[in-house]
Design a protein around this ligand. Structure first.
Ligand code: ISJ
Length: 278
């Protein structure tokens, strides 16, 4: 039986989701590798990966994907790792350098400027290097670990999930586990995928495992164990509950309005029971 190729994200925020994979508790059915969000989506699009924790924006662009229910990288409020860092207050920003790793937050930035921050700005894509970004533009968007590490003293810092919540009253969803339908048909592991990925998330979020992740990641990111702990338990929300789905629906609606996507996609979920027959 072929292994399912899993494209995972190398950022701290996905570490709880990957707990069982990192600790060998899922058997041999999965071939996991780690990359950046934009590349993760690209691998699913090309078919070089079967399952990926894709930027949710790209779900609207890639056909024939299904989602694993109730798992997300989301936030109900402050996210801490999606930052617009600016030399000037937001109303005065004319140009923005957007992190090349991102597909969701770059479009969240466009939505916030268009709908709530008074119109058009110029955008360029740029690798996540804050000094270089701010040498070229008024502001830079950083996501993930580079945002957690960024030295922001002296700049105006906008947490984009906080801004989204301020304007819409809703949570924000950044990433979801998506599967190429074609990869599941006839694969022995297909029937267990939902259970395996949800269990891995639940194990990763057990208090003793969050403590372990905090010890492991604190020196890697250069923030305190307490901050890592807080980030994984309070900032990031790992569930795709009804409230998060509402936030997601509104984001897709705005993306459609602004013609960033052709049409807000219908969300299709993999059922948790034995659905695929061999
Ligand atoms: C909250 C985050 O969500 C990320 C943001 C993404 C994006 O902007 O495309 C994609 C995947 C997520 O890992 C983060 O990494 O900081």
């Amino acid at each position: 039986m072929a292994q399912l190729r899993v494209s995972a994200i190398s950022f701290l925020n996905t570490a709880p989701l990957m707990w069982d994979f990192a600790h060998g508790n899922v058997g041999t059915g999965f071939d996991v590798h780690y990359t950046l969000p934009a590349q993760c989506a690209e691998e699913l699009r090309q078919g070089s990966a079967d399952i990926g924790i894709i930027p949710v924006f790209t779900y609207a662009l890639i056909p024939n994907l299904v989602l694993i229910p109730d798992i997300a990288i989301a936030t109900k409020g402050v996210v801490r790792s999606i930052l617009l860092i600016s030399k000037v207050p937001v109303e005065q920003i004319k140009s923005v350098a957007l992190d090349t790793s991102s597909r969701t937050s770059v479009n969240l930035t466009r939505v916030l400027f268009s709908k709530f921050w008074d119109g058009e700005r110029s955008f360029i894509s740029h690798p996540p290097d804050l000094d270089q970004m701010l040498a070229k533009c008024d502001a830079g968007l950083l996501i993930g670990d580079p945002a957690l590490r960024a030295k922001t003293a002296g700049y105006h810092v906008y947490d984009l999930a906080t801004e989204w919540k301020k304007f819409t009253g809703k949570p924000f969803v950044f990433a979801v586990w998506a599967i190429r339908m074609a990869a599941l048909t006839g694969n022995d592991h297909a029937t267990k995928v939902v259970e395996i990925f949800q269990r891995s998330r639940d194990n990763g979020l057990k208090p003793e495992h969050v403590d372990e992740l905090a010890r492991e990641w604190s020196p890697k990111i250069g923030i305190s164990e307490r901050d890592v702990h807080e980030y994984l338990t309070h900032n990031i929300d790992y569930h795709l509950d009804a409230e998060n789905l509402e936030g997601l629906a509104l984001f897709f609606q705005y993306c459609e309005e602004l013609k960033l996507i052709e049409k807000a996609p219908e969300l299709r979920f993999l059922p948790a029971h034995n659905w695929f027959s061999k």
